[in-house]
Design a protein around this ligand. Structure first.
Ligand SMILES: [Zn+2]
Length: 255
């Protein structure tokens, strides 16, 4: 969960920020302003469904999409929705994996490519509500192993995914050098003291993800960040709230 983030705004977010300051409004005939509320750590967050609908309507790429719909053949093991995570308690009410749309489409492409090699994707976590990041921080008290709530994490932007591979023929998970969310050197990409099959599986996943625009996180073989994460809003809405909002938005679009 170690994350270091350097920027808190996206291109859209940055524009919204300047608009909120009234700096660019004279340049635009009808400026759309986003009055983003700030978290108690000072980070502007999309924590209101009305704002979510507004930013998705303005730019459909801002939608957080349900990966079960994007990848019907994938496997899911959302440990934050049960007690098998590192905090050993249920943190998500629903076992959902959502991603910001362009990242979701890239994962679908990776999945298509992997299918040809006989592999499927096993998803652990994607978009993580900002409140969960705050909870991690407040329970740990430092940012060595958890994201800084003043910056938020790439997961909060729907731009990071935790995933692994399974064998399409048997449905069995492929071995990896460590367990998911294991905070030991075995989780590092440069850890080579593992069996050759596990090292090969890690390399296959890496190659598939890098090909579609994701970057590794050196300390967690399962975590990948999508390019352009800096240009995204930080969301703090439950998966269920997002699901309902998406339904309303697609109905409105169909009309
Ligand atoms: Zn992660």
């Amino acid at each position: 969960m170690k994350k270091s983030l350097s920027s808190r705004f996206c291109s859209t977010g940055l524009l919204a920020y300047f608009l909120s300051l009234g700096l660019l409004s004279p340049l635009l005939a009808q400026p759309m302003t986003y009055d983003l509320p700030k978290s108690k750590y000072g980070l502007p967050v999309v924590n209101d469904v009305k704002i979510y609908k507004k930013i998705v309507t303005a730019d459909p790429d801002n939608e957080l999409v349900d990966m079960r719909q994007i990848l019907p053949d994938a496997q899911f093991d959302v440990t934050y929705a049960d007690t098998t995570n590192f905090l050993k308690r249920k943190l998500y009410p629903t076992a959902d994996v959502f991603m910001r749309k362009p990242a979701a489409m890239a994962i679908r492409q990776a999945s298509e490519n992997l299918k040809k090699q006989g592999f499927g994707l096993l998803l652990f976590d994607g978009y993580r509500p900002y409140a969960i990041t705050v909870l991690f921080y407040e329970e740990h008290g430092d940012t060595t192993f958890v994201a800084d709530p003043r910056k938020g994490s790439k997961h909060n932007r729907g731009m990071a995914i935790d995933l692994s591979l399974f064998d399409l023929k048997t449905g069995k998970r492929l071995s990896m050098p460590s367990g998911y969310d294991e905070s030991t050197p075995r989780a590092y990409h440069n850890y080579m003291d593992s069996d050759s099959a596990s090292l090969a599986h890690r390399a296959i996943l890496r190659s598939a993800m890098e090909k579609v625009g994701f970057a590794i996180f050196p300390w967690e073989w399962w975590h990948y960040d999508f390019k352009g994460w800096e240009s995204c809003f930080t969301y703090d809405l439950s998966h269920e709230t997002i699901r309902q909002a998406n339904k309303t938005l697609s109905k409105a679009k169909a009309k």
